[in-house]
Design a protein around this ligand. Structure first.
Ligand SMILES: CC(C)(COP(=O)([O-])OP(=O)([O-])OC[C@H]1O[C@@H](n2cnc3c(N)ncnc32)[C@H](O)[C@@H]1OP(=O)([O-])[O-])[C@@H](O)C(=O)NCCC(=O)NCCSC(=O)C[C@@](C)(O)CC(=O)[O-]
Ligand SMILES: NC(=O)C1=CN([C@@H]2O[C@H](COP(=O)(O)OP(=O)(O)OC[C@H]3O[C@@H](n4cnc5c(N)ncnc54)[C@H](OP(=O)(O)O)[C@@H]3O)[C@@H](O)[C@H]2O)C=CC1
Length: 423
């Protein structure tokens, strides 16, 4: 019987052909002579610079037309969001809703733009929105918010590390003051620490106003660290402004059991008649599927238990100018379905930390801002409402996908919507 290594070799041979194996490494090297030099090396975005790249590139004019010329935006609006800019990617936006949200911050019926290339996704969220709205809406609540940065400091000994911690923990007001010199909307609200041998990880927690805040907390933490290096009674040998302990853009147990961004929950009670009419199933069947899928999630080791938070998050993040990489940390949490005493469906989602904002980052770019405006959630004072609408949307998605799976409609929907009109 072939061992694992033999199989890997066989697989490689099948991919490349045995004769190609010897030259594989060479063939994988790109032909650098043919590539245009990226001499821009700049964050400046102008049509002239972008054109210059295309002229030098020798790429087909058709490509330039698609990626640059057909976009009529004022390209300087993108400065501060991209380097070595050469063009724009277009994604289709679908609309889900109206979704009725009876939240603490979000109140009303919301139209939700979703950017995706996955067929059936918008249809599914739209159906879930229809169910929730027909049921009178869903309740939502931001339970907690903070964004952390976790710098790390290296000492000669654990004893020095501990002396440093005692000092650092007494410096909160000073650190708060320094942070405030870098941002008027961000505020340091807590410090934590973890000692591992002669290493100290500090955890600075901030509120970030209506910005999702990753950049804000980095700049504030850098200023605090600079001050620490200049004034600490035990000077660290070295430090790093982020130690990988914050959980930034990583799925982690930490993201699940603490909050980075906004902890938000949504719940609704759906009458059994609506479940039958719009979801073609029953509360009991949905709870049975949910129970089985919860164990499936546990068996596969997912962080949390849910169906497809990443789908709604990614599509909403792309449409509204959030950092799409934050789906990695934001898509954890719990979905729970129960049958109520009177036979209806109780459904809830809780997300421990979604990174989301209505100012800063990509939220002010032309099409992203337009999507936020479509929701009535652009700009200052709207971040909590957007988080609540996001949780409500994810609840809608859970209702729809779980209904499709337990009614046996899941594959049919994807066959119908993904293959129609394709050769
Ligand atoms: C596709 C549906 C919605 C059909 O659902 P349906 O109930 O058969 O459709 P219907 O014709 O009875 O209509 C009911 C309502 O659904 C909506 N609806 C219905 N069709 C459309 C459409 N074409 N476009 C827009 N909205 C649609 C619409 O609101 C409509 O009400 P109406 O407005 O007509 O009164 C349903 O079967 C469904 O939701 N399926 C689940 C699909 C899904 O959630 N896919 C997620 C992506 S899968 C993935 O990413 C991987 C994952 C997550 O599966 C991995 C994993 O779980 O491990
Ligand atoms: N640097 C990093 O470590 C990382 C950066 N990122 C990127 O960072 C960006 C997100 O960071 P973020 O800090 O949100 O964005 P920004 O860096 O754009 O900061 C937000 C800006 O908005 C201003 N502002 C105006 N009104 C408000 C308000 N009502 N509430 C909050 N701020 C307000 C802030 O002013 P002021 O601060 O003066 O109060 C600040 O200048 C994304 O582009 C993301 O991709 C992502 C991961 C890591």
């Amino acid at each position: 019987m072939a061992g694992k290594r033999d199989l890997t070799r066989l697989h490689a041979e099948r991919m490349l052909g045995p004769d190609d194996l010897a030259s594989a490494a060479q063939r994988l090297m790109p032909d650098l002579d043919g590539l245009p030099e990226v001499s821009q090396g700049t964050a400046k975005v102008s049509r002239e610079r972008m054109s210059r790249w295309w002229e030098k590139s020798g790429a087909k004019p058709d490509l330039r037309k698609i990626l640059l010329d057909s976009v009529t935006d004022d390209v300087t609006a993108y400065q501060g969001n991209i380097e070595n800019a050469i063009g724009f990617l277009r994604l289709p936006i679908g609309i889900a809703g109206p979704l009725r949200v009876n939240g603490l911050a979000a109140k009303g019926d919301f139209l939700i733009p979703l950017a995706t290339t996955e067929a059936a996704l918008v249809a599914s969220y739209h159906r879930g929105c229809r169910v929730l709205t027909s049921a009178g809406g869903c309740s939502t609540l931001v339970l907690y918010e903070n964004v952390n940065r976790a710098p790390a400091f290296v000492f000669k000994t654990t004893s020095e590390a501990c002396q440093f911690v005692v000092w650092a923990m007494s410096m909160f007001e000073e650190f708060e003051r320094i942070a405030a010199t870098t941002t008027s909307h961000g505020k340091l609200v807590d410090i934590g620490c973890t000692v591992e041998g002669n290493h100290v990880y500090l955890n600075f927690e901030f509120t970030t106003g209506d910005a999702s805040g990753q950049n804000m907390v980095t700049l504030a933490t850098q200023a605090i660290c600079d001050q620490i290096m200049a004034t600490a009674p035990v000077t660290p040998l070295r430090f790093y402004v982020e130690s990988n302990l914050s959980g930034d853009k990583k799925a982690s147990a930490r993201a699940y059991h603490s909050t980075r961004g906004k902890k938000v929950t949504a719940e609704a009670i759906i009458p059994a008649e609506l479940v039958a009419k719009l979801l073609h199933t029953t509360p009991k069947a949905m709870v049975e599927y949910w129970q089985m899928s919860a164990i499936g999630g546990v068996l596969s080791g997912t962080i949390g238990v849910h169906g497809h938070f990443a789908n709604g998050l990614a599509a909403l993040y792309l449409a509204t100018g959030q950092d799409a990489a934050c789906v990695a940390e934001s898509a954890t949490g719990v979905t729970r379905f129960e049958v109520t005493e009177d036979g209806n469906l109780y459904a809830t989602v809780t997300l421990p930390g979604i990174m989301i904002g209505t100012v800063g980052g990509g939220t002010g770019l032309p099409s992203q801002k337009a999507c936020l405006e479509l929701m009535g959630l652009a700009g200052a004072g709207k971040a909590r409402a957007l988080s609540e609408v996001c949780a409500a949307l994810l609840l809608a998605g859970e209702l729809s996908i779980i209904a499709a799976l337990c009614a046996g409609h899941f594959s049919r929907a994807h066959r119908k919507l993904a293959r129609t009109g394709k050769s």
